[in-house]
Design a protein around this ligand. Sequence first.
Ligand SMILES: Nc1ncnc2c1ncn2[C@@H]1O[C@H](COP(=O)(O)OP(=O)(O)O)[C@@H](O)[C@H]1O
Ligand SMILES: [Mg+2]
Length: 384
Amino acid sequence: MSKLVAIVCVDDDPAIRDSLEIELKKTVGDDYLIEIAEDGKEALEVCEELLENDHEIALVISDYIMPGMKGDKLLKRIHALSPKTLKIMLTGQTELEPVSNAIKYARLYRYIKKPWQSEDIRLTITEALNSYLQEKKLAAFTLELQQKNEALLKLNQEKNEFLGIVAHDLKNPLSAIHMAADWIENDYDKLSKEEVVEMASMISVGTRKMFSLIKNLLDVNVIESGKLNLSLSIINLLPILQSLVNRYTKFAKAKNIKVQFQWLEKQYPALVDENIVSQVLDNLISNAIKYSPHNKKVYVRISKNETSTRCEIQDEGPGLSEEDQQQLFGKFARLTPKPTGEEYSTGLGLFIVKKWVKAMNGKVWCESQLGKGSTFTVTFPLGV
Ligand SMILES: Nc1ncnc2c1ncn2[C@@H]1O[C@H](COP(=O)(O)OP(=O)(O)O)[C@@H](O)[C@H]1O
Ligand SMILES: [Mg+2]
């Protein structure tokens, strides 16, 4: 339960203290905590204690002429302690200077001349409390707006960076394609067959890079707009992994990398989206080959326990430093290990993998030591 908001009254005259308390009770009932003090010193102590105990002080009503600290000084001190507290001062008929002091130094809300009419003081208290609550609401609203604005600015900055990277990444393959096309256009009659093939291959590599970036960008877009429509069903992961291993064994041959697949049973059920899970595993296996030097091995293992099916992709590549590991699943994380063949890198693959796996209620993580290879593990619920 939230703590009661407090109202503090200060007057050295017991009769006035009593009548103030009665007026306050009639005006606010039990909605506020009412504290009464006899002089400035006691009022300050009361305020300090309230604030220490996490109470807000909505209103202080203080007499001006009191033994010890005068009303305007007291309100100035309270203002320093709790600037949002509204202050009302009770004055005699001719005390204008203290009023102007209190307005200047304590942002005095109102002053009330003694003797007051019961109606008057109750109306003033009600108005003060309404105004306090409104300011509080306004402050909360302003804070919310500020936070939203900051979030939007950050998002906009992220989008700008995103656009910058994408434009840069598209420029390189495009200029290669452009160069090849120019060459063919201007020198087609002087080109050998080998040169034409070389240029066609430049064009093909360039377009593949652009397709791969665009595919990644579209995947990120679907994820970030929350439109990832998964169709989950229980399937056997073994044939999926088997066919990926077969496919990548061919690519790996170019680097003399051997892919070893280890499994023990025929059924490895998982509650997943078939298409997405295949892309997740594809990403992890392709990374293992992409970042491994020639003549190494990649181990692909599948296992299961009572609750989940687990795939491990272990390589003997460069491994990842602690710092790189922290950024591994972030956007555009092109880290220290670079492709060891001519492969293309967007730094988006693992970002997408992480989101997809999470959406399928699975887990993915990496264990690695610099210089000692990496193991990426992904688990999916059995769904039974
Ligand atoms: N198996 C791995 N071994 C070493 N480094 C890796 C491995 N997998 C990923 N990385 C590093 O993490 C980065 C992010 O990988 P990823 O998100 O898949 O993007 P991409 O492969 O398109 O660059 C890569 O650029 C690479 O530096
Ligand atoms: Mg990748």
